[in-house]
Design a binder for this molecule. Sequence first.
Ligand code: SF4
Length: 65
Amino acid sequence: MKVQIDHTLCEGHAKCMDRVPEIFEVRDDDRSYVLLETIPTHLEEDVRRAAAVCPRAAISCVDDD
Ligand code: SF4
């Protein structure tokens, strides 16, 4: 699974980073960045939950084929 963040939507609330700091990092520009290109299997469910609670719906999960 891969994750993308729409920086035109993200407002840096950091709910994603609070949930999965291994994957999301909110930087000084108040935008969240994805730290790993491919999400480790054991973190996929946490990342999906983070996407679900993002108040801006800025996180997209893309399943590998
Ligand atoms: S929770 Fe959503 S809006 Fe907030 S920093 Fe993460 S991606 Fe951006």
